[in-house]
Write a protein that binds this ligand. Structure first.
Ligand SMILES: [Cu+2]
Length: 278
């Protein structure tokens, strides 16, 4: 086994120690080991970071997954006007519907969480803005107050119960460690009874919240049959359908909803035909 020379960095020629490769040769000999050590260090750091952050690299490549994408449209009915239409439908002609949650509703899709995110819900003009959010389990919401009045954020949700006051210009960050998918956390303000908001907390990444263009996209879904669900909590609209996802393909669809999809329709008791007396 070679012995490192004692005169590295000193006068090599005057040294009486046993002769071995000169310092320059030693330097070249060390380079591969230094590169190896550096690569090992980088690899260890990456693994440690992933463990610390709870991240895992996607197990599936693009060709092994599919997607669901499309648009949510509201079809108005003059005979049954939807009183929330003016808030969420910019154009009655196109019917493109904003603030709609679209997502997969299947328990088998429970997946490890990604790096937690923090999203903001403001309180402006005595209204939560936006009124609807979709997050993953472990994410946080930063509640802010842009009004001059004091607001609060409270919920009696059994999985995420809290009650906080948010004075003017202040903020409060609340983490959501648990969620119930399409059963949202319903929020209110203790000072202003008309203020309402909804936070959907998913245990998988396959959900979207539409903006004014009504569009949604759910990428990276493993192939299979799923229940695709749509919810518009402010307008009390619900819809769902079985959808098949194929590897390497985008399943496109337009979700059309109307007054027929109002939640209140579900609660009507079924009328059994009466049998006339003989
Ligand atoms: Cu308030």
């Amino acid at each position: 086994m070679p012995v490192l020379h004692c005169c590295v960095g000193a006068d090599y020629n005057s040294c009486t120690a046993p002769l071995h490769p000169n310092p320059r040769q030693l330097m070249y000999l060390r380079i591969p080991y230094q590169i190896l050590a550096a690569l090992s260090f980088v690899l260890c750091c990456e693994v440690a970071c992933e463990i610390a952050c709870g991240q895992q690299k996607p197990a599936l490549v693009i060709s092994e997954v599919g997607s669901i994408e499309g648009t949510v449209v509201y079809r108005a009915d003059k005979a049954r006007p939807w009183r929330f239409s003016r808030y969420y439908v910019k154009s009655a002609k196109s019917g493109l519907l904003a603030e709609t949650i679209v997502g997969i509703h299947d328990r088998k899709l429970s997946l490890p969480n990604t790096k937690p995110q923090t999203v903001t819900m403001d309180q402006v003009n005595f209204q939560f803005t936006p009124e609807t959010l979709a997050i993953r389990v472990g994410d946080s919401v930063r509640f802010t107050n842009s009004d001059k009045e004091v607001h609060s954020v409270r919920t009696s949700d059994t999985l995420n119960r809290f009650n906080i006051t948010v004075p003017k210009g202040k903020e409060y960050v609340q983490r959501f460690p648990r969620g119930a998918s399409f059963r949202p956390v319903v929020l209110g303000c203790a000072f202003h009874g008309a203020m309402r908001a909804w936070i959907y907390v998913f245990d998988h990444p396959y959900y979207a919240l539409t903006k004014s263009d009504g569009k949604f996209e759910l990428p990276g879904i493993p192939p299979g049959k799923y229940t695709l669900r749509m919810a518009h909590p402010a307008g009390k609209l619900k819809w769902e359908k079985e959808v098949t996802v194929v590897a390497g393909e985008a399943t496109e669809l337009t979700i059309e909803v109307s007054p027929d999809d109002l939640e209140s329709n579900e609660k009507r008791p079924s009328r059994k035909p009466t049998t006339p007396n003989p």
